[in-house]
Design a protein around this ligand. Structure first.
Ligand code: KG4
Ligand code: ZN
Length: 351
């Protein structure tokens, strides 16, 4: 099944053709990130206006790169939310129009389900096994999911304040590093000693999978203040210790998730922060003795927002629930985690 995915939830305009949920035949993306980085943040109206300009060329490039015509596409998938409303509407309006013109089924996908599906991209031989635990870590999320299929699962915990990506970004700002902070801290940390400075373990007294990163950010601020002028020469050590502390908190939360779900066969890590090498190494250490397979997206471009993951999610939605996958949907800027799996209401509460 050939699905053309469209993703426009933030400042990117992306289209991709994916075969059977795994084989990426093309991926075209236009981003205004550099423009907005200079301005200090995304201006929603400006982002949407740019996406309107990029949409048609990006779609054409996705088809050309895959060497396909509309006649060969079997369905269109599009992010229905959450995200910036104007941006989402560019994507969903284009998708609705194309589905109507080419008489194709249209599948509306929750952006988070796209990220959860991103580990399947590029896999040819080994199919991931359920039940799995998925850690979804980005600038806006720190979620831990228990999943029993592509379209069923429960949210075990989420952050109570900052997301871990935000903690990387705000930490980088305190250290005088550029945005996005995650890659900048990771690069500097390579030259530092991760054991040089001690950070607290957040929510150490609490069982469960919720997380909290604002305390670590405050601890970093005090550390820099206490080091005074000496901080400038210790930046690699500070960055390495801070990165280690952020990762240690995630590992601690995942230990609780795995304790509560001993049937777990795989641990997946997705989203922008899943590109972090230290995090992947710590997760490998967690999984190896438990015989749990660790998986992360195969390419860094599958970690950050992309349209391939939306096409993959749509394929699995259609495979598991062909009748409901193509149901009517609204474009929504706010879309709760209870809507990730459209076919099943999730029980309230953690664990
Ligand atoms: O998923 P994403 O591209 O966008 C959303 O937030 O939806 O994630 C971006 C986040 C940023 O906070 C960025 O600092 C972080 O992912 N990030 C990283 C790394 N690469 C990106 N954090 C740690 N290490 C990295 N290598
Ligand atoms: Zn995202």
């Amino acid at each position: 099944m050939l699905i053309l995915g469209i993703e426009t939830s933030c400042d990117e305009t992306a289209a991709s053709v994916v075969k059977d949920g795994t084989q990426v035949l093309s991926s075209s993306i236009a981003s205004s990130q550099e423009v907005f980085a200079e301005l200090g943040g995304v201006i929603p109206e400006d982002a949407a206006r740019r996406q309107l300009q990029y949409m048609v060329p990006v779609l054409q490039q996705a088809l050309d790169e895959a060497k396909l015509t509309w006649k060969e596409i079997d369905a269109i998938a599009v992010t229905r939310g959450p995200g910036l409303l104007g941006s989402l509407l560019i994507g969903t309006t284009a998708a609705r129009a194309l589905a109507s013109v080419h008489q194709l089924p249209l599948i509306g996908v929750h952006h988070t389900l796209g990220h959860l599906s991103s580990v399947w991209l590029g896999l040819e031989h080994s199919a991931p096994q359920f039940p799995c635990i998925t850690l979804s870590v980005s600038g806006g999320h720190t979620d831990i999911w228990h999943r029993t299929s592509h379209t069923t699962g429960t949210l075990l915990g989420h952050t109570r304040d900052d997301a871990v990506g935000e903690a990387f970004d705000k930490g980088a700002q305190l250290l005088g590093l550029p945005y996005p902070g995650g890659p900048a801290i990771a690069k500097l940390a390579q030259k530092g000693n991760p054991l040089a400075f001690e950070f607290p373990l957040p929510l150490a007294e609490e069982q469960g999978c919720d997380s909290s990163f604002s305390g670590l950010k405050t601890a970093l601020r005090y550390l820099i203040r206490d080091q005074g002028e000496g901080a400038a020469t210790r930046l690699p050590d500070i960055a390495a210790s801070y990165e280690r502390a952020l990762c240690a908190h995630l590992v601690d939360r995942l230990e609780h998730a795995l304790d509560a779900h001993p049937d777990t066969r795989e641990l997946h890590v997705v989203g922008g922060v899943s590109a972090n090498v230290t995090l992947r190494a710590q997760l490998e250490k967690l999984c190896a003795p438990l015989n749990i397979v660790l998986r992360a997206p195969q390419k860094s471009t599958y970690c950050t927002d992309n349209a391939s993951m939306i096409a993959a999610a749509a394929f699995f939605m259609h495979q598991e629930n062909p009748d409901t996958a193509t149901e009517e949907f609204a474009t929504q800027s706010t879309l709760s985690h209870t809507e990730v799996f459209r076919t099943q209401q999730m029980p309230a509460g953690s664990l």
